[in-house]
Design a protein around this ligand. Structure first.
Ligand SMILES: Nc1ncnc2c1ncn2[C@@H]1O[C@H](COP(=O)(O)OP(=O)(O)O)[C@@H](O)[C@H]1O
Ligand SMILES: [Mg+2]
Length: 266
């Protein structure tokens, strides 16, 4: 199982939209077995897939339970080989609990839990919160690839240096397999600001950038109200085609047969 964190310290940059659609495309268009982890207390992924609530276990249990029951925590989605680990506000308390409980490793609990189901999936996609808390550090410690969605605006590059620093230190301290695989521009519009912002990003050396960017289209907003992934909701819209291209580009650069690095159990 190869694990991907969708991460940016900023909110509203399309982390959740990207995590949901990348996971859905990997499962439905590439026939992969995919586990999508909602790692944000907002629970937006869980809401999209009709799995938000407080009467079932969630990702919070992975942070707090000594032996989380993964069979109970993982829920099937309506899309074949795509399964979901949901989240809700209890993740807030779980972060505090994990922070106070230093009796066992605090940063590798998600990795250990995912390691136990690594044989059952080809990919795991983690939707992160715009934060560097215990949850996001657990996500980075569990991941091979960090993918960074960027929405070009005045503050687009704020926090990017801090994120890179966190990725580098996580690689050094916890997870030698972690790489910043690439940034990609979201909500792209064919205007001067987007063109210049993307050109700047492509010109610098610190952050690899995917060739694909995701065009802004109202269909994406509509798809969230319909709780439907974009390639199902509007297969011909720009954003659907762009997410398909992004996933193909990602897969093109990744050894498809790489199941060796089931992070976890380390
Ligand atoms: N390609 C796009 N075109 C139009 N709207 C988009 C696009 N991508 C994301 N959005 C909108 O931007 C908002 C933030 O997206 P979201 O994925 O929730 O961001 P984050 O998880 O980073 O906070 C949502 O309302 C979403 O519908
Ligand atoms: Mg989000």
């Amino acid at each position: 199982m190869r694990t991907i964190s969708i991460i940016n310290l900023k909110g509203g940059v399309a982390k959740t939209i990207s995590a949901a659609n990348i996971a859905h495309i990997l499962a439905t268009r590439h026939g992969k077995r995919v586990l999508l982890v909602d790692n944000d207390k907002q629970g937006n992924i869980s809401k999209m897939f009709g799995l938000h609530g407080y009467d079932r276990p969630s990702v919070a249990d992975i942070l707090t339970e000594r032996e989380p029951d993964m069979e109970e925590i993982i829920a099937p989605s309506q899309y074949g080989t795509l399964d979901i680990i949901p989240a809700n506000m209890s993740l807030l308390k779980a972060n505090f609990e994990a922070l106070l409980d230093a009796a066992r490793p605090q940063q590798t609990r998600l990795r250990a839990a995912l390691g136990r189901v690594a044989g059952e999936y080809d990919y795991c996609v983690i939707d992160c919160a715009p934060d560097l808390n215990i949850s996001t550090i657990n996500a980075l410690a569990a991941s091979h690839d960090a993918l960074v969605p960027i929405k070009i605006d005045k503050f687009a590059f704020d926090g990017l240096a801090e994120l890179k620093e966190q990725i580098d230190s996580t690689r050094e301290d916890l997870n030698p397999d972690l790489a910043l695989r690439g940034c990609f521009v979201t909500s792209y519009q064919n205007n001067e600001v987007c063109r210049q912002g993307e050109a700047w990003l492509r010109a610098q050396r610190d952050y690899p950038v995917f060739g694909a960017h995701i065009r802004r289209t109202e269909k994406v907003d509509e798809s969230t109200f319909a709780n439907t992934p974009i390639v199902e909701y509007s297969p011909r819209c720009g954003a659907a085609r762009d997410y398909l291209a992004l996933v193909s580009e990602y897969l093109g650069g990744t050894s498809d047969s790489d199941t060796s690095g089931a992070k976890g159990g380390k």
